[in-house]
Write a protein that binds this ligand. Structure first.
Ligand code: M6R
Length: 614
């Protein structure tokens, strides 16, 4: 939800560094963007649309700058318009501010400021910030911008990462509070400093970084020996603890791929290897390194997540069956936090999140923490808010996931949850089975890529339809949910995920020639034959079917195959790992269908990669 950046540097590089940083953070929001630079005056340039459009607008500007700020927006308050795009300024246009988060008391502040004579140009919550700073600055006789900045912050209620500049100050002012992330990046020579919502904006310039904590203010200026100073709202200096920034440029570029989504889908053999690592061989390290002091008697595991991460949690619900003696509940975080949940101190509560910044997941985790539960995280983004709040857990180390549609994070989450079951149940047979399964999993994923052309062909044939059903049972029911989510978010077609057995209780009414049903059918289990009956039910109503299966022969024998069906045959694997295999053709089906429709798969409309607002 919005990406912000501030650059303090040299050689007139501000425009390039800021645009580059915004491009890398564009996944956070991409309905409009803007920049502001400071020299004698503040120059603000904004645009509705993508960073590349903003770049074209900036091409005509001949001036060079060493200091500037930038923003890429995902609209919350106020429609998508140039006016509402950040940076926002005070009335004299001497102060410019970019903000990520929500100012909860903006209506009240707006009213007070209006009474003092301030005119507002936008519908945003953010616009109160430059006016408020202006008010405090003028109250101090234009003397102390830092004091004005801090005084303004003290009046704000909500979540914010803010970066501000003033035309007369050769400085950048930043602050962080609540769930909006902000990182400080420092170059080796210390003459280039960046603050940004994501590490991606630092890579290639800054070798060291610090994740800013709640209530920290950073002033960037050559007046400080280090180039910056960190303090709290009361002015007490805070010691910095800089960490190395990984140099992995490859991880944040598309390389040979047309889109990040395809790159990330194809990375899955490797990301699975990393997620599993030596973990399955050394389960005892999970107790020492990842979940220290975990209560011995765990009877309930609660998984908190949103979207795709929730679907990974739903897979775990099926893993923890009656034999494990552990009840596993996957809860949608935005519901859980408001349903006054019954929580016990011996509940083991884990937040699952790719970004580690999802506001609802974070809030639900904090609730469990307050109730005294043992909490942890399964997170991809290192040092993110959820990782920090959980303070314990497992990192996926899947590398940056930039495509808005989550792919590799899902399969890594499922892999880690499968290992978590092995850890919590300590069942030797299961552990042995998993070891064997995991050892062949990456090569079986590679096998799915061999039928990519066939999936592409199916995508071409079906992408013209308007609505789709995704159906699966048992551990593959969450895969149906995930297949439908992937499909709808990037093709903008209506796609519903349903348990196949539930079809006759309603969704079957949708079946016709124009509504393809995608079935996921794998593993020999007690509902295998029943799912085949569901396939027949669709066919007898003239419905088209696409079947993802590991046993084409069984379908044939059952008279379940006709010439017009589309079969996607995937390699067989143990049932526990089948969601990881089965989801891959669905990711590809969504990807190619969206490509045939001409959509931007990496940045689907109305979405943002990390949802840091409720
Ligand atoms: O970063 P998180 O895993 O916490 O994000 C949760 C959801 O917002 C996310 O999975 C979303 O549903 C994706 N767009 C799905 O592709």
């Amino acid at each position: 939800m919005c990406g912000i950046i501030g650059y303090y540097g040299k050689d007139g590089k501000a425009i390039d560094v800021i645009l580059n940083g915004l491009k890398r953070m564009e996944y956070r929001g991409y309905d409009s963007a803007g920049v502001a630079f400071s020299d004698e005056n503040i120059l603000v340039v904004k645009n509705v649309g993508r960073i590349k459009d903003l770049e074209s607008k900036l091409n005509g500007i001949e001036r060079i700058f060493d200091i500037g700020i930038g923003h890429t927006r995902w609209a919350t308050h106020g429609k998508v318009s140039e006016e509402n795009a950040h940076p926002h300024t005070n009335m004299d246009e001497t102060i410019a501010v970019v903000h990520n988060g929500i100012i909860e008391n903006h209506a009240e502040l707006r009213k007070q400021l209006k009474e003092k004579g301030y005119n507002f140009k936008t519908e945003t919550d953010t616009e109160v910030i430059p006016h408020l700073i202006d008010f405090h600055y003028k109250k101090n006789n234009d003397g102390d911008f830092k004091k004005a900045f801090t005084d303004a912050l003290k009046e704000l209620i909500g979540a914010y990462a803010i970066v501000a500049i003033h035309k007369d100050e050769n400085r950048i002012y930043c602050a962080k509070f609540g769930s909006s992330p902000l990182r400080l990046g420092v170059s080796k020579s210390k003459d280039e400093i960046i603050v940004a919502s994501d590490r991606l904006a630092l890579i290639g310039i800054c070798e060291e970084e610090q994740i800013l904590e709640n209530g920290e203010i950073v002033v960037i200026s050559k007046d400080y020996e280090k180039g910056y100073n960190i303090e709290d709202f009361e002015g007490f200096e805070i010691e910095d603890i800089l960490r190395k920034v990984p140099k992995d440029i490859e991880a944040i570029t598309k390389g040979e791929y047309e889109d990040f989504m395809l790159k990330e889908i194809r990375e899955q053999p490797n990301t699975i290897r990393t997620a599993v690592g030596g973990r399955i061989e050394h389960l005892e390290t999970l107790a020492i390194d990842n979940f220290p002091d975990l209560p011995r008697e765990i009877s309930r595991l609660i998984l908190l997540a949103c979207g795709t991460s929730w679907h990974a949690g739903k897979v775990a619900e099926y893993l923890f069956d009656e034999k494990t003696g552990i009840v596993c509940q996957a809860e949608i975080a935005s519901e859980f936090r408001y349903k006054r949940p019954v929580l016990f101190p011996n509940d083991f509560v884990i937040a699952i999140s790719q970004s580690g910044e999802t506001a609802d997941t974070l809030a639900a985790l904090k609730l469990a923490k307050e109730k005294g539960c043992y909490i942890g995280g399964i997170v991809n983004s290192v040092g993110s808010s959820i990782a920090q709040t959980a303070a314990k857990g497992v990192y996926l180390h899947a590398g940056p996931e930039i495509g808005v549609a989550s792919t590799k994070a899902f399969t890594s989450q499922v892999a880690v949850l499968t290992i978590l079951k092995a850890f919590l149940t300590n069942d030797d047979n299961y552990i042995k089975k998993l070891k064997d399964g995991f050892s062949e999993l990456p090569s079986k994923i590679e096998e799915v890529f061999k039928i990519e052309e066939q999936i592409k062909d199916i995508a071409e044939r079906i992408s013209g339809f308007e609505r789709f059903l995704f159906l699966g049972r048992g551990i593959n029911y969450p895969v149906a949910l995930e297949g439908a989510l992937k499909f709808k978010e990037i093709t903008y077609r209506l796609a519903e995920g349903y348990p196949a057995g539930e079809m006759k209780h309603g969704p079957i009414a949708l079946i016709d020639r124009e509504t393809p049903s995608i079935f996921i059918l794998s593993g020999k289990n007690e509902y295998y034959e029943k799912t085949m009956s569901n396939i027949q039910e669709v066919k007898s109503r003239d419905g088209r079917v696409i079947i993802v299966t590991d046993d084409k022969e069984a379908l044939r024998k059952n008279g379940c195959l006709t010439k017009t069906d589309f079969i996607i045959e995937v390699p067989r694997i143990i049932e526990e790992l089948s969601p990881i295999i089965n989801v891959i053709p669905l990711q590809l089906l969504a990807y190619y269908s969206a490509k045939f429709l001409g959509w931007d798969v990496d940045k689907p409309r109305n979405l943002a990669k990390s949802v840091t607002v409720e």
